[in-house]
Design a protein around this ligand. Structure first.
Ligand code: ATP
Length: 504
């Protein structure tokens, strides 16, 4: 919900995770900077993905292709002609919307109405209330739900048939039925290309028009044969890459869910034609397992199989995650056939074929793609981990229960008393020892309870406190963020205790 989302955004700023880009100049819309903690969380997510995809798979290797690519790449890939979103302008407010997202916003508003009805009924019926039963028997509410399904179906059909006039008609109907924008004066819906253009070269005559890449995948396709030959790769094999991508997105207000500059983690898996169905199923299951391994809650994921397929795909599904604003795409899994390699063969005039020794034949491989947004994954992890708790003594705490493996700082080392030089020295020695293995943090300011709360909110899984007793017997207390349990342990056990929690 809205309040929870606002809280996520302000917490991300307050605890040094995400800042608005160029904030001192009032920011740049849909562009963000990762701060001291955010950069660590982002790196840890990237490493967690890289380990699962590259390090643990003998037949997947990495690549770091450049952001700039020869402009013909984007002709071949279809992006110049077909990478666009339907836009609509409101003539009164002068606001521009992505037409499909606007329709989804209307649906969300209808959904809010349902929630209100449910909440009202829950209040009325008290303990006897059963939500499922209520939804199944209450005609008014059910009507809303059906409406949403019909609206989304019609939207999908119109977009598929490129019937932009009907998309406009749908928006006009929705605005009457369920006012959102406050004005009924719309322009026609137009397609708008999402790629950013720039120029390479200094002189006006020789400069070449380039695009900032809108996805990392094409860098993998054009390098397919280089990697296959130099790495002596045998099909099936994969090439993985993480890196920036750029899209001139129209939508605002979604924080790092939809950005104009973002990072992708993509893997293209090259397979024998005819095996795409089995690899599609394999990667669906494998990627969902990866997500679930982080412990963010099994119920927070669902597949959304596409009925409407992109021009390059013969099957596609999204792994959706329950963000504060509902279930939305987090990762895409696409069976891309030989579309991309064939296109690059045609436009470059170079063969991109694989010689299969077993079959004694050459073919253009099929491709299975897994593609996830690093920033979206960041938002999934961060928003899911942030919670308010009421403790046994009635007090409240805000805690960021990040999976330990992803937490920016693994342990904070706290001398109980700031003024005691022996304590601060001992604490600093622990920092100097542990920092070779983990990101650790030293904090001596404020009462220790306050320091615990600060670390809870920052997402640090362990606090280690050095007190008078430590000086006598080389023990410290180690406090666990989630359970708040404190244990007395030997200083030389710390490394193993932390390792056990933060290692994959
Ligand atoms: P959407 O429908 O949300 O625009 P998409 O289907 O265009 O996404 P893909 O082209 O399949 O997305 O890109 C793969 C992944 O990259 C997405 O699942 C998402 O996690 C991420 N991604 C795409 N666009 C953005 C963006 N503007 N900001 C952040 N992440 C993005």
């Amino acid at each position: 919900n809205d309040d929870q989302f606002k809280k996520v955004i302000s917490h991300a700023k307050e605890y040094g995770y995400v800042f608005q880009s160029s904030e001192i100049y009032d920011g740049l819309s849909a562009v963000y900077d990762y701060a001291q903690n955010g950069v660590e969380l982002k790196k840890n997510i990237r490493d967690y993905w890289w380990k699962a995809m590259v390090q643990l798979n003998d037949n997947i290797v990495g690549l770091d292709a450049a952001i700039f690519m020869h402009p013909t790449t984007w002709k071949a890939s279809g992006h110049v002609d077909a990478f666009s979103d339907p836009l609509i302008d409101n003539k009164d407010s002068k606001k521009r919307y992505r037409a499909d997202v606007l329709v989804e916003d209307y649906c969300a508003k209808i959904e809010t109405k349902i929630d209100k009805e449910v909440a009202k009924a829950a209040k009325r019926f008290g303990e006897a209330f059963n939500k499922e039963e209520f939804l199944a028997t209450n005609g008014r509410v059910l009507g809303y739900q059906e409406k949403i399904d019909t609206i989304l179906k019609r939207l999908g059909k119109s977009l598929e048939n490129e019937d932009l006039a009907d998309v406009k008609a749908l928006i006009e109907e929705l605005e009457i039925a369920c006012p959102l924008s406050g004005s009924r004066n719309w322009t026609d819906v137009k397609q708008f290309n999402l790629m950013f253009g720039t120029k390479l070269g200094a002189s006006a005559e020789t400069a070449m028009d380039l695009y900032l890449r809108p996805e990392t995948a094409q860098g993998i396709f054009v390098n397919f044969l280089n990697v296959q030959k130099t790495g002596r790769m045998k099909i099936p094999f994969g090439i993985a890459q993480t890196g920036k991508a750029f899209r001139n997105e129209i939508v605002a207000r979604q924080f790092i869910f939809r950005m104009r500059e973002f990072e992708q983690m993509e893997m293209q898996f090259f397979i024998k034609p005819g095996t795409q169905k089995e690899w599609f199923d394999y990667w669906k299951e494998t990627r969902l397992k990866w997500h679930k391994s982080l412990g963010l809650g099994e119920d927070n994921y669902r597949f959304h199989d596409h009925e409407k397929l992109a021009h390059y795909a013969d099957a596609a599904t999204d792994i959706e995650f329950k963000f504060p604003f509902g279930f939305k795409e987090l990762e895409g899994i696409h069976s891309r056939t030989d579309f991309d390699l064939k296109q690059h063969e045609e436009y470059s005039g170079k063969k991109l074929q694989y010689f299969d020794h077993e079959d004694n034949a050459s073919y253009t491989p099929y491709v299975l793609e897994t593609s996830i947004g690093l920033d979206r994954m960041f938002l999934a992890v961060f928003s899911n981990s942030l919670m308010d708790e009421t403790l046994e003594d009635g007090s409240e705490r805000t805690v960021l229960k990040l999976p330990a493996v992803l937490a920016p700082i693994k342990a904070a080392i706290l001398p109980l008393v700031r003024k005691d030089e022996a304590l601060t020295k001992m604490a600093k020695d622990i920092v100097d020892d542990l920092k070779w293995d983990f990101n650790v943090f030293y904090d001596e300011k404020d009462a220790v309870g306050k320091r615990y709360r600060r670390q809870d909110a920052a997402g640090t899984p362990f606090c280690i406190t050095v007190d008078g007793e430590s000086l006598e017997d080389n023990t410290v207390t180690i406090r666990h963020r989630d359970t708040m349990e404190q244990k007395r342990v030997k200083i030389d056990q710390l490394r193993d205790i932390i390792k056990k929690e933060v290692d994959v």
